[in-house]
Design a protein around this ligand. Sequence first.
Ligand SMILES: *[C@@H]1O[C@H](CO)[C@@H](O)[C@H](O)[C@H]1NC(C)=O
Length: 391
Amino acid sequence: MDSKTVFSKIYLLFLYVSIVQAQPTVFDITKFGAVADGKADTSQAILSAWKEACAATGSSKILIPAGTFLSGVVSVEGPCKGGIEIEVQGTLQAPPDLQGEGWFNFDHVDEFTISGKGTFDGQGESAWKANNCAKDPKCKPMPMNFRFNFIKKGLVRDVTSLNSKNFHVNVLGCEDFTFQSFIITAPETSINTDGIHIGRSKGVNIIDTKIGTGDDCISIGDGTQNLKVSKVTCGPGHGISIGSLGRYENEEPVSGITVTGCTLTNTMNGVRIKSWPAQFGGSASDIHFEDITMENVSNPILIDQNYCPYGQCNDKGPSKVKISGVSIKNIKGTSASALSVKLDCSSGFPCENVELADIDLAYSGAEGPAKSECTNVKPTITGKLNPAGCQ
Ligand SMILES: *[C@@H]1O[C@H](CO)[C@@H](O)[C@H](O)[C@H]1NC(C)=O
């Protein structure tokens, strides 16, 4: 062989080795005892598959094949030796009477992906009926479909979260976490089923995601930084919400929030920032809502610093949460209420640097002429503001 042939053979060998190495090792849960009969609990099989996948070097894939698998609580912790993907082709079902804080709980797992066209069905109907949290602040927690805690480089892609008993997804202490082409579904009447709740996390992205649920589609809690929400549809639901803030002591600032190219349909709110009166301090800044379509939304644009659901606030007095650097631009569509734009800021900490630009919201209901209302804030207004007000 001449040296050229030797080189090309070595090159092909390297190419082959790198292709083989790029394939993840697959851990099929049916090889660990899972049976797709919708009756036998597969959580042990999932945990056994996880244990091997987590200990394996290189990337691993846990496969949930087609079929219906009943599963109890799955709680796993990293760090793992390599990246892990859970590919769901079938349906995972939670027992209707499942208890605890979370159904699928992932802690400290880096380079973690959930993918596939499959479904996580929380079977929440009976839990919603039993939910008494509106009356009893010490009510028993119901499990969320997913809890992602302290994950770096996470991705949830294509799967469906169905009928969670509580929030569908809770993101806490994560960094660089993306939801893409994710689907969240629950009825309008389901109680407390927020779509994605984010707290104390940096660099979360929610892209091309379809959310219909009984509470906030996306709720943004304290300590959320650099969140990008883009091309999300919301409805039914309570809208895209920052807060509530200022209910608890030592809340961290919310900053760098961008919501663009979204459509909200028949929701209770559109884009909202809410904080409790009196109580504790906090801040929300560098917040941008842009290019959003509202279809029959009850409170399309809302800052509510007197948020006090079910009369649960003890103190009277202005909110101590400071809101600043907010732009609301190019918001079009229809409002289901006459008060389409309501910016109700704190008298103790008025909102600053608020910009309204190109707002055009039609109202055709019976409540009389539509209006915009601003309290303790003097927004900069550019382009159209329909309905008028706030000057
Ligand atoms: C508009 O929203 C209201 C209040 O949420 C609802 O009752 C009504 O059915 C909606 N209209 C349409 C056309 O969907």
